[in-house]
Design a protein around this ligand. Structure first.
Ligand code: AP5
Length: 212
């Protein structure tokens, strides 16, 4: 299975990717996670990316494409992958198409996670992540058990940055909807439901014959 989860910040791409990893045994490739890892390691790439990420802008295409090329080349991606947060604009989508074309492994489906702006905002401002185990919670929809986790808020989940991220999504990422529609790959799901219901919608829309 080679699949892209497409959607605005906070639409649930990361949450659903985790469920797909468990159900299908293929890796989640999240450019956001790869970039955050580089930032926390203080690598040159991380230092370059940090300013763009903290202000809600996209990291430059050359950096992201280099990272993706390396990640798709690892052995675990040969059996399939879930792309989460990539591609983010038309340049990245075309580069991905070329990379996968060279490998003879084209994309099979693109799932668009539909969610209203007001709900996106609440999901992002409410998100908290455990610094120790990496588990993602939400103070409104899935609060963490008291005192058990060392919670942090992502720097780009501050209200003043969320607006910019949503603006960038509208201007640069939304055009991918038409792009993948034209390619016959797009499946839309309603992401305004509980986590398990959204997962079932994704399976029904894009993976109907995949699970035994
Ligand atoms: P990235 O990490 O990709 O962030 P994003 O796309 O903005 O998406 P999020 O991680 O914020 O949200 P999500 O859709 O995964 O939602 P989640 O499942 O966590 O990118 C961060 C930055 O890195 C970018 O701004 C950019 O600077 C850079 N970057 C990344 N990729 C790039 C690229 N390709 N090119 C250039 N730059 C790039 O859910 C959110 C919250 O809602 C959680 O609290 C969760 O618990 C809750 N929740 C989820 N599902 C449900 C549900 N069904 N019901 C109730 N609550 C739910």
């Amino acid at each position: 299975m080679r699949i892209v989860l497409l959607g605005a910040p906070g639409s649930g791409k990361g949450t659903q990717s985790q469920l797909l990893v468990k159900a299908y045994g293929i890796p989640q490739i999240s450019t956001g996670d790869l970039l955050r890892e580089a930032v926390s390691q203080g690598s040159a790439l991380g230092l370059r990316a940090k300013a763009a990420m903290d202000s809600g802008k996209l990291v430059d295409d050359a950096t992201v494409l280099g990272m993706i090329r390396e990640r798709l080349g690892r052995p675990d991606a040969a059996k399939g992958f879930i792309l989460d947060g990539f591609p983010r604009n038309i340049v990245q989508a075309e580069a991905l198409q070329n990379m996968l074309g060279d490998l003879g492994t084209p994309l099979e489906a693109v799932v668009l996670m539909n969610l209203d702006l007001t709900i996106l905002f609440k999901r992002l401002t409410g998100r908290r992540i455990c610094q120790d185990c990496g588990k993602v919670f939400n103070i409104y929809t899935s609060p963490p058990p008291e005192g058990k986790h060392n919670l942090i808020q992502r720097p780009d989940d501050k209200e003043e940055v969320i607006g910019k991220r949503l603006e960038v999504y509208e201007a640069q990422t939304k055009p991918l909807i038409k792009y993948y529609e034209a390619a016959g790959l797009l499946h839309s799901v309603d992401a305004d439901a509980d986590v398990d219901t959204v997962f079932k919608s994704i399976e029904q829309a894009a993976l109907p014959t995949r699970r035994a």
